[in-house]
Write a new protein. Sequence first.
Length: 155
Amino acid sequence: MSPLVQLRPVQTDDLPALFEHQADPASVNMAVVFPRDAEAFAAHWTKILADPSVIARAVIADDELAGSASCFEMDGLRSVGYWIAREHWGRGIATRAVALLLAEIPKRPLHARVARSNAASIRVLEKNGFVVTAYRVSPADGRFPECEEAILVLL
């Protein structure tokens, strides 16, 4: 049976669990990111929660915090992203969470960038109408190692 998936605004009480989600080695490996330490994580979320242009949602699956989904500006483009805790993978939660997030955002286009090796995440976005428009090698920075990314758009 599919879990009941809901979104609500991220609350400061969610942050300890979200920190643990983003520090999970398997999740970090799949997303091809460097995990944030506690100080960087706190600074990142303080900025997110203070920015009225960012839509930051907690993903709740069967009354349990399963991750987060957000819409934000990155490189001048309105973008979406999400993170689902590993123990919730493979249950359709990410696909449903992205659909719920997209229902809150009427403005198009929306963009997403995903490591090309992260086939599951690309599939989630494609199920929600995103189309891969290009692949590119992105250089390493403080958050991401060098990797080939899929560039997706939802018109």
